[in-house]
Write a protein that binds this ligand. Structure first.
Ligand code: GDP
Ligand code: IMO
Ligand code: MG
Length: 462
């Protein structure tokens, strides 16, 4: 009997991009981190680099992430599972810093298996300390958004993905109302915990619903305990002490690749608060989110779009509401992988990039979607902000200030020709190369990878 090899089986694929070996040969454990407001193309970069590492590790976020990877004609949208799942013999890890909706995770596993991707206990490991997203977190997420905007003409909604992320991390910080992956493996303990937590949630959510004239159906702790114990049974083969696994792997000279979800400007502490997500999605979160200490991660690749996008609420100084913005959205297919929402598009913000690159300690930049900018006669980049007549000398921490700044633009010549077939830096039009060099000057970091299309081989390594 012959068996069809799975997509990520040892008989499939070697890295198709010249220079990737050089890029990864000298780097130690490496983190891939978004330097804008998400959707920079982190999934593509992780997929490309994964063959050169042994473990691929998510350290933050949950099913709010949507990482698209194109393999030949096939497209995969990954939300919780690391993009390393599409590479042969890699161990993929969900660290303690990730918040997991088990139902969504099982759906994702099932979807991948149906497409011939091997996913099992040997290549997907889940931290027993990762927190669990329960249905009441999703209700709370939606009700909070409704409550803060109820009866107001201005919306101060965060514009969340509705995946229960904020409420789950809030329970993690509260401790007494939290459930971790390890708890799902012990049905008696889970039932006891939910018997104590769910009544508190029901009271809180009923009051929240009342505040914005919404209806609310209370949760049944027993039913939830049964449902989640069932998930526990199905996921048992994956659950482990992930931090121990990572330390043992490092002791055996295995190489780790960390996959950031969300992005630096959405970091709970250092992003454009309160219009952020609820985890440390900058590279600073790698350490708390996996248990791997700071000095171990020596290479940090910041992933940056050639322009700016944002989904959800919050200030975006370079946002465009004109034909240029629409053209970027259509050429870049700028619609969310997770929620399908149209992304807000604008000129590249180098003031924000300089801040994010420094904060995340980027040692190199992967510049993505440069092809989207082909055909514009001129391009504008924001090199600074003016506020109340003064030029700001650093990125503001107050979202109201950020909303009020006036961007200072530099206009540069655009590049006319399509660049999707370029294989080397020298193949790029001189004006595209000048645009890249301008980014390097402002960010203070070299652009090491340039992406000119979604496919694996549409990548230039410098
Ligand atoms: P992530 O969340 O950072 O992984 O990014 P997303 O997957 O949400 O969004 C990036 C989108 O751009 C995906 O649809 C990718 O397939 C696509 N993409 C990545 N790199 C390029 C590129 O260089 N050019 C174009 N045109 N698309 C790209
Ligand atoms: P990836 O990994 C883009 C945004 C949401 C919202 C805010 C808070 O695909 O780059 P949350 O549901 O996390 O409480 O929403 O953060 N957001 C993202 N935007 N890409 C993401 O992930 C995002 N994850 C969260 O749109 O504005
Ligand atoms: Mg995304």
């Amino acid at each position: 009997m012959t068996t069809t090899p799975s997509v990520n089986s040892p008989t499939k694929r070697e890295s198709p991009v010249a220079g990737i070996d050089r890029l990864t040969a000298s780097s130690g454990h490496t983190a891939i981190v978004g330097l804008q407001w998400g959707d920079e193309g982190k999934g593509k970069i992780v997929d490309l680099l994964a063959p050169h590492f042994d473990l691929v590790v998510r350290y933050n976020g949950g099913a709010n992430a949507g990482h698209s990877v194109q393999v030949g004609k096939e497209r995969y949208a990954l939300h919780l599972i690391p993009s390393g799942i599409l590479s042969r013999e890699k161990i993929n890890v969900l660290g303690n810093g990730v918040v997991i909706d088990p139902n969504k995770l099982l759906e994702e596993i099932d979807g991948l298996r149906k497409r011939g991707v091997h996913v099992a206990g040997d290549n997907l490991r889940i931290s027993d300390r990762a927190h669990v997203v329960l249905p009441y977190h999703k209700s709370q997420d939606a009700l909070m958004e409704a409550a803060v905007s109820h009866g107001r003409s201005d919306s101060n909604k965060i514009g969340t993905t509705g995946r229960g992320i904020g409420p789950c991390y809030a329970d993690k910080a509260l401790r007494s109302t939290a459930v971790r992956m390890g708890d799902l493996l012990d049905p008696r303990k889970l039932e006891e915990r939910l018997a104590h937590i769910v009544p508190i949630k029901n009271v809180t959510l009923a009051a929240l619903a009342q505040s914005c004239d919404q209806s609310f159906e209370p949760f049944d702790p027993r039913k939830l305990a049964e449902e989640f114990a069932e998930y526990g049974k199905k996921l048992k083969e994956h659950v482990t002490d992930a931090s121990h696994l990572l330390h043992e792997s490092m002791a055996h000279h295995k190489r780790l690749l960390f996959e950031g979800a969300n992005a630096t400007l959405l970091d709970i502490d250092h992003g454009t608060y309160p219009y952020v997500t609820s985890s440390n999605c900058s590279s600073l979160g790698v350490h708390t989110g996996t248990g791997v200490p700071g000095h171990k991660v020596t290479s940090i690749l910041g992933v940056v779009k050639a322009y700016q996008t944002r989904v959800g609420g919050g200030p975006m100084p370079t946002e465009l509401h004109d034909e240029v913005g629409n053209r970027i959205r259509e050429r870049g297919h700028e619609y969310g992988t997770t929620t399908g929402r149209p992304r807000r598009c604008g000129h590249l913000d180098l003031m924000a990039l300089k801040y994010a690159a420094r904060l995340s300690g980027a040692t190199g930049i992967c510049l993505m979607l440069l092809d989207v900018l082909a055909g514009f006669e001129t391009l504008k980049v924001c090199t600074g902000y003016r506020h109340n007549g003064q030029t700001l000398d650093h990125y503001p921490g107050d979202a109201d200030v950020l909303a009020a700044v006036e961007p200072i633009y530099q206009e540069v010549p655009g590049f006319g020709d399509e660049i999707t077939a370029c294989k080397n830096f020298a193949d790029l039009p001189a004006k595209a190369r000048a645009y890249i060099e301008l980014i390097e000057q402002h960010a203070g970091v070299s652009v090491k990878v340039i992406s000119v299309g979604p496919a694996r081989d549409q990548t230039i390594v410098r």
